[in-house]
Design a binder for this molecule. Sequence first.
Ligand code: PEP
Ligand code: MN
Length: 352
Amino acid sequence: MDLKTIMLPGIEPARPVVIAGPCSAESEKQVLFTAHAVAARGIKIFRSGIWKPRTKPGGFEGIGTAGFAWLQQVKQETGMYVTTEVANKGHVAEALKAGIDLLWIGARTSANPFAVQEIADALQGADIPVLIKNPINPDLELWIGAIERIYGAGIRRIGVIHRGFSSYDKKTYRNPPMWHIPIELRRRIPNLVMFCDPSHIAGNRDRISVLSQQAMDLQFDGLMIETHYQPDSAWSDATQQLTPEMLASLLEQLVIRSADKPSQSLLELRYRIDQIDENLLEFLARRMQLSDELGKYKKAHGMPILQTTRYNELIEQRAEYGETIDLDPDFVQEIMKAIHEESIRRQMSAMD
Ligand code: PEP
Ligand code: MN
């Protein structure tokens, strides 16, 4: 893809490029107080939702176009660029008319190809950077599809925002990060500008700084962090918004490690990891050869391939053993399930 930088004039591409501002625009006072406070801390791009996708009806669904006047005031008074979420063609038309500098497509929208195509069609001929959040479901192809649709509309300044993926289990995260997905996206489209939105991953204030550091260590270009001058009384996402002071101290504490000159010890660690990965693969290949033999044996003795008790025992024993050598039992179970699945496939083809 022939992508261009999304960085607007005057914005240093130095990591992290920060987008901050409230989940939603609520009132002129809330928008302007927050904007002045983040601008005073060096933020150059201000976010604010004008239309809010809510899981259930009855919540605050956004202030609507009335909020654009406040965002225009933010631009005039602070010099920051402003960005908002668009979810349909009407939003695109309104946002372009209101002079919004950057658009973002939300996670519920990028999960829907019809909606993304409608937005892409409405963007034909426009020259505006667009940031595409990952779809709520962990589907990299769907995310790439959304990028391709926007690209197909002639937009070249495209970036993405990783905001985690919906999950039934919300114990640790509101939306677990599943870092391997954005990492794979970077491998597939290397010149894509990548933001991380730790606010929607975390769902609460506590984990945002740890997630931001992880995003920096994974070479993300920027962060989008929900910030509100009075987070506790926010009309949406109150538990996860930071105050401008908290945002400033988070940014101060971030350690930005450069990937340009990996040190000798890093190279050594990587080398050792590469070696171990090779050994792991060789062991797996040997295990699969045994599966082939097992398939042939079962065929010769008229035995079925799957024996559920053996499968359950195997998964449990391995998880228990893993724990004794400091491996997370859930992790071991996941690996064993994948190995077992492949083993069944091999046994079946050995039987044929
Ligand atoms: C938001 O940014 O406030 C938002 C609704 O995010 P997401 O689309 O990631 O849920
Ligand atoms: Mn939000």
